[in-house]
Design a protein. Structure first.
Length: 689
């Protein structure tokens, strides 16, 4: 790859083709170091200073990474929240020591700390007002999407990001494409928020929203209770999205007005002043905001849905499953998805006057100690216990395969949780289904997957055909001919390039024609936990599980171009560092696994999403003999200051130009310092000086 660099800086000119959607507006508020008048949009790399960052049982590994960076004092202890929730049933000395370490670290640093038994971190973040409408709150946990249910931008970060925020107050984020999910029609009686998201996962199951942020809009939204919204937002993670945000509307404001009665007048974050400000300054998307996709679903055509077995992408209406008389062994009302007060009351209403079926174990755990107190005061908790339910501590547990009540070989379970991946809740030879609290409760009473009306002796209502539509919206910047390329280049705005960062990244396109290239394919698992693998060996084994000929076909400076969802699988950072070991500084793909994308930037490997290039290469080689790794003779050039990618064929003719997200100076600093950890060390060194 040929790199051209110089110290010349470029002025930044505002260049806006359309207004901002809600996600972009929230990012604009929490982005730091932006050039004056810079308006952020999808694709832009930005440094973010989130309102809050939460970590749970992984707080101690984050603390060790924080200390390993040379940090001694967190940047802002009001920004950080530590909760203990995942392994709260584990009373071993090792786990209790870890919990004590986290508690002591939080006390030493003045960090807000919530001990085991207080509840699940995501629920606490909402109850205690850390995640708040219009703010950006992140967590080192994949279900931070939950915060979107109250109009916050919640998204997951990795441990390195968390340590960086602890040390400097910030990390980086690339604004993802945003999908508009329009909810239309009136939700039928007996159908819940869980049914909506299970149906969405099952009906739109071809990665329509993979690595997108989602905004939920439409006339039906205002009729959805906030608890339904939280459930839907929570499971946008399983749908493949990076976040799922509901609008800040009167339904939400009323929820906070009622919340004031529960928290009292002197709460530091939820009080009369903050709620009045919320009412008077609602953040909304601009009318001319751009959305990459629009998905529409008519809620009036929905019925209770069940996901599974062992996949959220298999959705079946309850009437079809009920007719199979599928016996169950275990049922669960636990987790951050559906263990709020309304969920517990709904399950109790179904169970009331009945007993759990013989041979069935029904486990319940409140999302927080506050929820359990309210459920006890309401009488719903007592109803469930008297029916034969088995209580667990407020927190996580069987949802992630920890503690009591796991599925055994050959068993069938139905759960109101968010994930039913094979083996997640116990034996890999068990079957796990997901459903609403009402369906789970009915199934526990009848001993088979069943609808709530069947508990009362009524027949299961038949489902109707669901109405859904997907529209892909094309931005005008993507062009494919020389004349259009020249015009795009002329209209592109210039952005600053730091001294020491290349203005042009250029190299031959090496086409790895496959989708879902996983991290085992990029870097073999047998080396993952060997900490002393030299750089030369990492370079040698890079991509060998994908193609044994990769090493002999590629050279330093090449640009890897692959298909969709590149880097899926485990979170090993070596998938990025092995590519860097081959002196390849750029990977382009149709799309990336989010975790690979974050690990790449955190280790100074640049990535570009260029789906149009994948389609063109596949068209070029259609009918040719299949090659896993192919030298194309095509040249890719990334003009950094103008955020423009140009691809030329062997004859030098332009075959594609793409306007891409701006690589801001904050991101450039991270790359120059060799990754996020190097950048943090540089920041700490500057502070010390």
């Amino acid at each position: 790859m040929r790199v051209q660099a110089c110290g010349r800086r470029f002025s930044t000119t505002s260049f806006t083709l359309q207004g901002q959607n809600l996600v972009e507006k929230i990012v604009q508020k929490y982005a730091v170091g932006l050039p004056k008048d810079k308006v952020v949009h999808t694709g832009d790399y930005v440094s973010i200073q989130p309102a809050h960052v939460m970590s749970h049982d992984n707080s101690w590994p984050v603390a060790l990474k924080f200390k390993g960076l040379g940090a001694k004092k967190v940047k802002d202890n009001r920004q950080i929240v530590n909760t203990l929730d995942h392994d709260v049933q584990n009373k071993t000395e090792k786990n209790l020591t870890k919990y004590e370490n986290i508690k002591n670290f939080a006390k030493e640093q003045g960090i807000d700390f919530y001990p085991a038994g207080r509840g699940i971190g995501h629920q606490i973040m909402i109850e205690e007002g850390y995640a708040f409408p219009g703010n950006m709150t992140v967590a080192s946990d994949s279900h931070s999407n939950t915060y979107g249910g109250i109009g916050a931008l919640g998204t997951a970060i990795v441990r390195t990001d968390a340590a960086a925020i602890w040390a400097t107050g910030q990390t980086w984020w690339q604004i993802p494409p945003v999908a508009n999910v329009v909810l239309e029609g009136e939700l039928p009686k007996g159908t819940t928020g869980k049914d909506i998201i299970v149906a969405l996962c099952g009906l739109f199951n071809n990665d329509e929203v993979l690595n997108h942020a989602i905004e939920f809009t439409g006339e039906a939204v205002k009729h959805l209770p906030v608890d339904y919204r939280l459930t839907i937002a929570n499971m946008t993670t399983e749908w493949g999205a990076l976040s799922g945000v509901f609008p800040i509307d009167e339904t939400l404001v009323n929820w906070y007005t009622n919340r004031l009665l529960r928290v009292g007048p002197n709460h530091p974050r939820i009080n009369v002043k903050t709620v009045e400000n919320l009412q008077q300054n609602k953040v909304t998307a601009d009318e001319d905001a751009f959305y990459a996709k629009t998905l529409r679903i008519d809620l009036s055509t929905l019925s209770p849905y069940v996901a599974g077995p062992n996949s959220v992408k298999i959705g079946t209406s309850i009437d079809k499953l009920s007719s199979k008389n599928m016996k169950i062994n275990k049922a669960y009302l636990v987790s951050c998805t559906n263990s709020r007060l309304s969920d517990i009351k709904a399950a109790a209403d179904v169970v009331k006057g009945n007993k759990i079926a013989p041979g069935v174990e029904f486990y319940i755990a409140a999302a927080s100690s506050e929820v359990q107190q309210d459920a006890e005061a309401d009488g719903a908790w007592k109803t469930l216990i008297e029916a034969g339910c088995i209580p667990l501590p407020a927190g996580c547990g069987p949802c992630i395969g920890l503690g009591a009540g796991l599925l055994k070989e050959g068993e069938i379970g139905i759960s109101a949780t968010n994930r039913n991946f094979k083996g997640r809740m116990g034996s890999k030879d068990a079957l796990a289904f997901l459903a609403s609290p009402e369906v789970v409760a009915a199934s526990a009473v009848l001993g088979k997957i069943a609808a709530p009306e069947e508990v009362a002796g009524e027949p299961c209502h038949p489902a109707t055909e669901v109405k859904k539509v997907v529209t892909v919206n094309k931005k005008p910047e993507s062009t494919t001919d020389a004349a259009s390329a020249e015009a795009a280049s002329a209209s592109a705005s210039s952005s600053s390039v730091l001294e020491g960062f290349p203005e042009l990244i250029e190299g031959e396109v090496i086409f790895c024609d496959a989708d879902n290239v996983n991290t085992d394919g990029i870097y073999p698992g047998k080396y993952t936990y060997q900490d002393d693998v030299p750089r030369e060996k990492m370079a040698e084994v890079c991509m060998e599980n994908y193609d044994s000929e990769f090493g002999s076909k590629t050279h330093a400076g090449d640009i890897i171009v692959s298909g969709f969802n590149f880097g899926t699988g485990s979170s090993r950072e070596q998938a990025a560092t092995a590519i860097l070991a081959r002196d390849i500084k750029l990977v382009a793909a149709g799309s990336f696994s989010n975790i690979f994308g974050r690990n790449s930037i955190n280790n100074a490997l640049l990535t570009l999403e260029l789906p149009d290039l994948i389609h063109k290469l596949r068209a070029k080689y259609a009918g040719s003999e299949k090659e896993l790794t192919r030298r194309t003779g095509w040249t890719l050039k990334w003009d950094i200051p103008n955020s423009l990618v140009t691809v030329s064929n062997e004859a030098g003719d332009v075959v594609l130009t793409n306007k891409v997200g701006e690589l801001g100076t904050n991101l450039q600093e991270i790359i120059i310092e060799g990754g996020l950890e190097g950048w943090v060390r540089a920041q700490l060194k500057q502070q010390a000086a």
